[in-house]
Design a protein around this ligand. Structure first.
Ligand code: 5MM
Length: 358
């Protein structure tokens, strides 16, 4: 039977192929789609100014790490980077393709306050999206990403959940019509004192609604990827969870809410330490899953790399090695073979920042 649905007819086969490539065994996504404001915060943390040249130098370091494509199947770029060249003048998109990495593009326009809610937010970017996604495809992007957030301490209100789910579904339908595989990312923020059961309850609600609207918008499930938060206790909850508990809750959530037609579940790290994010992913891959359970980390891949670089040209190689250590660790975790041995103390430090706004 044909997988074709009205909303994705002309690109259906290509969408399925792209999604499968990104969700290939032992690989995951490098999220390097920091908007200029977020990139500025990262650069400030190592004492660098937020200039285009510094952003270019850092992104060049990331995409030219030798052999990165062995562990990384896709890289999410900010619009600036999709049109940017490396410091030695090669198009970043071309470098990724040479590395066997599929270029992706962040298409949301960020979070703003949601009127009528309990200090919650919604994600902008639907106006003019179809023309932007068409241009991004021309420029070489093959998948897209839209991140919205749900806050547990602030509710979440029924309004905020509905708005998040509807926005994601409209974005997904539009992306598929342009030939871009949509990554569907309703991040449930770590903020709060709540226990893991409360996170589980909220996640079930959010994903039920997301899939309701994805179906209503004729999104083809074989041609999407998900980017969920792992089910963990709130960052300020006294009861901490082991990787085994996180894996049990998170897999139960997926089993209850995510159809096996979805080819890839690419988790975000959300402020977990680098090692924690890798251990949790590894725990989820101790037995076969109906989906490809993998990673789409920003901080949990980049943190040690960024600090090792420190903006110094002589540190580029060491920083690339640090990125490759994390990429390889998560590759092993995707295959359920990560041991956690020999990790630095730095990689074990949490990165959660309370009330963090990107
Ligand atoms: C890299 O940061 C992404 C874009 O954020 P802004 O547009 O707000 O700057 C962000 O969406 C990221 O891809 C996800 O949150 C996953 O990152 P983490 O660090 O949670 O793995």
């Amino acid at each position: 039977t044909s997988l074709t649905v009205r909303a994705a007819s002309s690109y259906a086969d290509e969408l399925v192929k792209t999604a499968k490539t990104v969700a290939s065994p032992g690989r995951g996504i490098l999220a390097m789609d920091e908007s200029n404001a977020t990139c500025g915060k990262r650069l400030a943390s190592i004492g660098l100014e937020n200039t285009e040249a510094n952003r270019q130098a850092y992104r060049t370091l990331l995409v030219t790490a030798p052999g990165l494509g062995q562990y990384i199947s896709g890289a999410i770029l900010f619009e600036e980077t999709l049109y940017q060249s490396t410091v030695d003048g090669r198009k970043i998109v071309d470098v990724l393709v040479e590395q066997n990495i599929v270029p992706g593009i962040k298409v949301d326009k960020g979070l703003v306050p949601l009127a009528g809610s309990n200090d919650e937010s919604w994600c902008q970017g639907l106006d003019g999206l179809a023309s932007r996604t068409a241009a991004y495809y021309q420029q070489g992007a093959r998948f897209a990403k839209w991140r919205t957030v749900v806050s547990i301490p602030n509710g979440p209100s029924a309004l905020a959940v509905k708005e998040a789910a509807w926005g994601l579904a409209r974005y997904a339908a539009i992306s598929q019509e342009s030939g871009l595989v949509p990554i569907v990312e309703p991040e449930i923020l770590l903020d709060g004192e709540h226990g893991i059961d409360r996170t589980f309850e909220v996640a079930q609600k959010v994903w039920a609604e997301v899939f309701f609207y994805l179906a209503e918008n004729n999104v083809m499930f074989e041609g999407i990827l998900l980017k969920p938060s792992m089910v963990t206790p709130g960052a300020e909850c006294k009861d901490r969870a082991t990787p085994q508990q996180v894996a049990d809750y998170t897999l139960r959530l997926l089993q209850r809410r995510i159809p096996p037609a979805v080819p890839g579940i690419m988790f975000l790290s959300g402020g977990q330490s680098e090692v924690e994010a890798t251990l949790n992913l590894n725990a989820m891959n101790q037995a076969p899953n109906p989906w490809h359970v993998s990673f789409s980390y920003a901080r949990a891949l980049q943190n040690t790399c960024l600090k090792t670089w420190g903006g110094q040209p002589e540190n580029v190689k060491a920083a690339q090695d640090a990125l490759l250590v994390r990429a390889k660790g998560n590759s092993l975790a995707q295959l359920g073979k990560y041991t956690g041995e020999g990790e630095s103390d730095e990689a074990k430090e949490g990165m959660f920042v309370k009330g963090y706004v990107y």
